[in-house]
Structure formats: structure tokens, C-alpha cells
Design a protein around this ligand. Structure first.
Ligand code: MG
Length: 343
């Protein structure tokens, strides 16, 4: 009789544990996610490092402007980007002007928070990008936006702030830096430790200029953008990155494309290969532009696709195919570590 009771207890305990396991949300499954494995990304010298102070490179996709590419701002799409493309980071691109956040703040904010929630649930990083070319003209709106984001998500290690996408030809010292310091003050009220990325003059290319007068904060990186088939984006720009790093500035490539800077043109395979080796040599973090089915070279898709993922190879553009392979190769080993840790 005693053994029967014991057996009964064991069965009940087993089914309880089994049920518990199946209802635990992914974000709570501990070591099985990228973010719980890597931890809070922070700056050490001119490098981005993980929770053990080991240099880390994140690689993933940028979504398209939220006001035009909003259909991809959903959890199923983000899950596909993690599971099939092996993205460790997704960039949520809050369009500001041109019928974006300034005109429809609630609608655009809702798209961004949908992506943040999905990334937290799936255990990957999310860059929240204020996608503006004149952010200093929208300082109050930007502060209000990042106040809401930092207040709600500041304790999540998944979050990375990108507070100014691509400034135009404006002064670092007199325009961008003062803007960034104002926004940073608001973010740091609620979130003392997550990484904040600041755009640099001339469409986030002059990282060397920013590095000469850095922002005083322990967790700041500078945004660098390039388009590998653009006639102007060659060794001259790689030298700017090297110059910035030499001065101690950490760089995050929050946006790059295989096209010309306007998203079109033929892919320059020779220059693209040079950019890839450069990124690999310095283990820089990257997001590719973009998850979009707009007919342009930089778009990942060659035709209109379902917004929920499940994309076949035939739906991918040349850029989409090259980038998916590259991300899978770069991030594959990290996902393998997680898989074996989960066994
Ligand atoms: Mg925090």
C-alpha cells in the first residue's frame, strides 16, 4: 500500500512538473535564450562586451520604417527572424517624419512596443531606433518617447536605445551631442545601464568626429552606417571607423545595405566582400537594411510576402539570400551553445 501511495505521489509530481514546464513563457526559461546567455551588453574600452566582459558581436535585421513597413512589426515575424535567420538582434525603426510618429504617436509607439515585447519574449536584443534625420528639431517628442520606453522596459537587458538614426551634415558638437545629452538624461532617470547608441554627422558616417568629443556616459556606442555598393562608401569610410576606435569609441553598425545609399543599384560584390572582412576583423555588431518587400535592391524580398514569416528561398532577393546566409553563419555557433545547454 505504501509503495502504491509513493507511486501515486510520483505520478502527480511528474505531471505537475511537466505542465509547469510547458506553460513557462520563453522569456522565463533561463539559460535557453540568447539574452540570458549573453546578458547586459556594455562598453569596455572601444568594445561591446557581454556579462563576462567578453567581446560580443550581435548580428540581425533592421525592419523598415514603421509607417511604411508596419506589417512586419509582429511577433510571428520576429520569431521567424530568430529561428530561421538566426538573428540575435532586431532593429525596430520608428519613423518620425512623413506621417510617422509625429503625426500618429500612439499608432507608431504601439508597433514599436509590439516588437520590443516579442524580442523580450523570444530572448533576443532589440534596438529601438528614433528614425529621424532632424531629431534636434523634435527634441521634446524624442524625450517623451524614450521616457515611455525606458520607464517600461529599462530593466530588460534586451533593450538597446538608438536615439538619432542619421543626422544630416550638422555639427556634432553644437547640434547632435547636446541633443543626445538631453535625451540621455531622460533615459538614465529610469535606466542607468542599458546601451545607448548615438548617430553621427553625415548620415552616421563621421564616427571619427564624434570620437574626438565623446559623450560622458559609461554605456555609449556610436552609430556607423554604410552601403557597400555606393561609390562613396569605401576605404575612406572604413578609415573613419578605425580612427574612431583608435580614440576609444565603440562602434555599432545599426544599419548597412548591399545596395547604393538610396537602396537601389547593382550589388558590388568586390566591395561588399571587403566590408564583410572589415566587420569580421573587428567583430563589429550589425543590422542589415531591411526586412521589406519594397522593390529595391536592399529589400530582403523580391516580391510581396506574408508578414508572419515562413518565407521560402524563392521569395528572397539576392541581398536577402546573402544576408540570411551570413547571419546564420555568424550566429550559428551561439545558437548551438544554447541548444546543448538546454539539453
Ligand atoms: Mg537597464
Amino acid at each position: 500500500m505504501r509503495s502504491l501511495i509513493l507511486f501515486f505521489i510520483l505520478v502527480v509530481t511528474y505531471s505537475f512538473v511537466k505542465t509547469e514546464d510547458s506553460i513557462v513563457p520563453e522569456k522565463d526559461k533561463g539559460k535557453r535564450t540568447i539574452v540570458s546567455h549573453v546578458g547586459l551588453i556594455h562598453v569596455k574600452g572601444n568594445k561591446l562586451v557581454d556579462q563576462n566582459d567578453t567581446p560580443v558581436g550581435l548580428h540581425g535585421m533592421s525592419l523598415f520604417w514603421s509607417q511604411w513597413g508596419g506589417k512586419f512589426y509582429n511577433a510571428d515575424c520576429i520569431r521567424w527572424l530568430r529561428d530561421d535567420w538566426k538573428c540575435t538582434v532586431v532593429r525596430a525603426v520608428c519613423g518620425i517624419q512623413s506621417d510617422g510618429y509625429l503625426a500618429y504617436p500612439e499608432a507608431e509607439l504601439a508597433k514599436i512596443t509590439t516588437v520590443i515585447d516579442a524580442c523580450i519574449d523570444l530572448g533576443i536584443y532589440v534596438i529601438v531606433d528614433w528614425h529621424d534625420h532632424s531629431a534636434e528639431k523634435h527634441l521634446q517628442q524624442s524625450k517623451e518617447f524614450f521616457r515611455k520606453i525606458a520607464y517600461k522596459y529599462g530593466s530588460a537587458p534586451n533593450l538597446i536605445y538608438e536615439i538619432y538614426n542619421e543626422p544630416l551634415k550638422v555639427s556634432w558638437e553644437n547640434v547632435i551631442k547636446p541633443y543626445a545629452e538631453e535625451v540621455l538624461k531622460v533615459i538614465r532617470q529610469y535606466d542607468p545601464d542599458n546601451l545607448v547608441i548615438v548617430g553621427t554627422p553625415h548620415w552616421s558616417q563621421e564616427v571619427d568626429v564624434a570620437a574626438r568629443k565623446p559623450i560622458l556616459d559609461t554605456n555609449i556606442a556610436y552609430a556607423f552606417h554604410f552601403y557597400s555598393s555606393d561609390g562613396w562608401h569605401k576605404q575612406n569610410l572604413r578609415d573613419k571607423v578605425l580612427g574612431a576606435m583608435k580614440k576609444g569609441a565603440p562602434i555599432f553598425i545599426t544599419e548597412y545595405g548591399l545596395s547604393e545609399a538610396d537602396g537601389n543599384g547593382a550589388i558590388d560584390t568586390v566591395e561588399t566582400a571587403k566590408w564583410f572582412s572589415f566587420v569580421d576583423e573587428y567583430s563589429l555588431s550589425t543590422c542589415n537594411w531591411s526586412i521589406s518587400d519594397k522593390p529595391e535592391t536592399s529589400a530582403a524580398f523580391v516580391r510581396e510576402v506574408d508578414s508572419l514569416g515562413g518565407w521560402k528561398d524563392s521569395a528572397l532577393s539576392l541581398s536577402g539570400k546573402i544576408i540570411r546566409n551570413r547571419i546564420r553563419n555568424l550566429n550559428g555557433p551561439l545558437f548551438e551553445i544554447l541548444k546543448s545547454a538546454g539539453k
